[in-house]
Write a protein that binds this ligand. Sequence first.
Ligand SMILES: NC(=O)c1ccc[n+]([C@@H]2O[C@H](COP(=O)([O-])OP(=O)(O)OC[C@H]3O[C@@H](n4cnc5c(N)ncnc54)[C@H](OP(=O)(O)O)[C@@H]3O)[C@@H](O)[C@H]2O)c1
Length: 278
Amino acid sequence: MSQIQDYPSLFSLAGKTAVVTGGSRGLGLHVATGLILAGCTKLIITSRKASACADAVRSLQALSTKATILSLPADLSKPSEVERFVKELTAVTDGKVDILIANAGATWGEAFDTHSDAAFDKVMNLNVRSVFNLIRLCTPLLENAARQSSEKARVVTVGSVAGLHIGGIGQYGTYGYAASKAAVLHLTKHLAVELGPRGILLNAIAPGFFPSKMASGLIAASGGEEAMAREVPDGRLGKPEDIVGSIVFLCSRAAEHINGAVLPIDGGKHVVPSGVKL
Ligand SMILES: NC(=O)c1ccc[n+]([C@@H]2O[C@H](COP(=O)([O-])OP(=O)(O)OC[C@H]3O[C@@H](n4cnc5c(N)ncnc54)[C@H](OP(=O)(O)O)[C@@H]3O)[C@@H](O)[C@H]2O)c1
């Protein structure tokens, strides 16, 4: 007989403290919702706009009376703000974070010939540099959590299939964004090796298209949701449950031997050979 220990707790996040950047809307709000429903008892979200954060906290708090849900607004594109955020985070978590989801990100779509240095800098800065700084400064908090628990701490970075294959070229070229997402996927693997021995597992998700404020412009420019869905092997775009299922799994005991992985969540579009019409 197989010796599976305590199956009911395998996918549970009961009692965990989690942090979600960009948790005020879109994928980050889906993630925050899933973490609360999976049992996290402390959740801290952040984004630049305090009022959007407060609205999100209110909607999340309605899901659980047991959990403490807070927001610490910060502009993570600035290193000084990342430092301030982690200082405040340390105070409200007693220096212990089990789960960090580095989700906040920005994109830029513009033709190659006019694609400016400022646009490139904006996306590389938030999508890569700030993710590195955030993980580096949160490492003592994650190590504390791992020391106080029988489970390893988790970091999940939010990359994109844009970092796996060539997507946006032409009028809405996403040159900096694609490079930033390839970079964050590679950074995640690099840090999985660095931090695994320190009790922290790092994995990345690489979503395809999910309707959100960020994606809406590109979805409209690509002919709308239905047209885009026809190009996906499972016939649809992403929905909240797709993100939640993957994140909860990667943060749970079920994924305790998964480190340095990149999980595409795109219905199989990234493996469609070029030129193949579905
Ligand atoms: N939607 C998709 O189809 C898709 C596909 C692949 C990957 N992704 C990735 O998923 C992540 C979330 O995307 P989304 O579609 O949910 O985008 P979104 O709707 O634009 O949400 C972005 C979130 O990040 C926050 N944010 C933006 N700039 C920030 C900054 N400088 N400091 C702190 N927070 C900041 C935003 O809040 P504030 O404006 O208040 O700061 C918001 O909460 C991104 O990393 C994106 O690249 C999305």
